[in-house]
Design a protein around this ligand. Structure first.
Ligand SMILES: Nc1nc2c(ncn2[C@@H]2O[C@H](COP(=O)(O)OP(=O)(O)OP(=O)(O)O)[C@@H](O)[C@H]2O)c(=O)[nH]1
Ligand SMILES: [Mg+2]
Length: 356
């Protein structure tokens, strides 16, 4: 899973990136709008994988990973939808979800705090950026029409784009617009920013962390939100002494690490679930969307497995823990053979039978 951190200058993106990834990217008091984005992948420490690994003792244990990108190239935006232009844009398009960092501490450069306005501003920039893409394409389609190239494909695309344009113009993100299958296909290539799932990270000062209920409620009306004490949590992530870190966290009223909180939040926001593969070579966690089928899960492992899919051998993690072994699972009749269209459940353990 790839998550991109975006936000106004000096909102604490790099600070939070460091807290999440234990990186040591430079945190600057000035607005750094030009540098290269910071990139880091972290493992999703999942106790179920740890448990499976103890049971199977494989040569290799692979946790799911989340890749974080901290975008530096974002200019403040001039209200013309140009904040997301240029190089950063190409990268932003490749992430699965956006984490919008909103400053909730006073800053000498950016001044007093105005989290709601900041969020609105960023939302607007993203809407405008998408709107520009739509308008450019509509102009292009009109140009094709003038040359007599009025194909069915273009007509469908135009219809979809006009819907999107209306939606954006009424201040709504593309992610809340329902398009039919055909329309969806016609505009898939555009990768609209406001189509990406978005979570807000309220980056609070340590002195008021945990006391922003009203603000969080306000933000929640539009977007899912999670609160961090960015600076504090960056320092926490750097402590080697676990008990000390735990103590500081309790003092602050933080239940689990920034990474754990964000990971859980991202999985639920994106509707992601995990399934596992097990064996003497490798125990591994895989991430798919809730509702995906056995053949789609097979494809997440390797495209050959989906092409040659025959059946999925399947049992659930909970049953394995309960029965103690695969033998126990068979004896209790909990072992299943599932077909292509079986909807994979969170915690399923799969083995794909295939034939090419
Ligand atoms: N008090 C407080 N200060 C913070 C917090 N997070 C960041 N800062 C300060 O805000 C300034 C900017 O932090 P960065 O993490 O570099 O912010 P950024 O969003 O990456 O900034 P640009 O990349 O320049 O847009 C630094 O001086 C940080 O020390 C926080 O949670 N609390
Ligand atoms: Mg930065």
């Amino acid at each position: 899973m790839k998550i991109g951190l975006i936000g106004l200058p000096n909102s604490g993106k790099t600070t939070i990136f460091n807290a999440l990834t234990r990186s040591k990217a430079e945190v600057t008091a000035y607005a750094n709008t030009r540098g290269e984005p910071n990139l880091a992948a972290v493992e999703v420490i999942d106790e179920r994988v740890t448990r499976l690994s103890e049971l199977y003792r494989p040569k290799k244990t692979t946790y799911a990973t989340i890749e974080f990108t901290d975008f530096a190239g974002l200019s403040e935006g001039s209200g013309k939808g140009d904040a997301f232009s240029g190089e950063a844009m190409g990268l932003i398009k490749r992430v699965d979800a956006l984490a919008l960092v909103v400053r909730n501490y006073p800053d000498s450069l950016m001044g007093a705090l105005s989290p709601l306005q900041d969020m609105e501003q960023l939302d607007l920039e993203m809407l405008l950026s998408d709107l520009m893409i739509v308008e450019k394409r509509l102009e292009r389609i009109a140009w094709f029409y003038q040359r007599g190239q009025k194909t069915d494909a273009l007509l469908t695309e135009e219809k979809a784009l006009l819907k999107i344009s209306d939606h954006l113009n009424s201040n709504q993100p593309v992610r809340t617009l329902e398009l039919n299958c055909e329309e969806e296909k016609a505009v898939r290539g555009f990768q609209f920013l406001t189509k990406k799932p978005l979570m807000v990270v309220l980056n609070s000062h340590e002195s008021n962390f945990g006391r922003n209920e009203n603000l969080l409620e306000e933000i929640e009306k539009k977007n899912g939100v999670i609160e961090f004490a960015g600076h504090f949590e960056m320092e926490l992530s750097r402590l080697d002494d676990e008990t000390e870190a735990q103590m500081f966290m309790e003092d602050m009223g933080i239940e689990s690490s920034a990474r754990d909180r964000l990971t859980r939040f991202a999985y639920s926001l994106l509707g992601y679930i995990s399934f596992f593969t097990v064996g003497p070579d490798e125990v591994r966690a895989w991430t798919i969307r809730r509702g995906e089928t056995a053949v789609e899960a097979a494809g997440a492992i390797h495209s050959d497995l989906s092409k040659g899919f025959i059946r999925a051998e399947c049992f659930s993690y909970n049953d394995l823990i309960e029965c103690g072994s695969e033998k126990g699972i068979r004896e209790k009749g909990r072992f299943r053979l599932e077909g292509k269209n079986y909807v994979v459940q969170d915690r399923d353990i799969l083995s794909i039978r295939f034939n090419l």
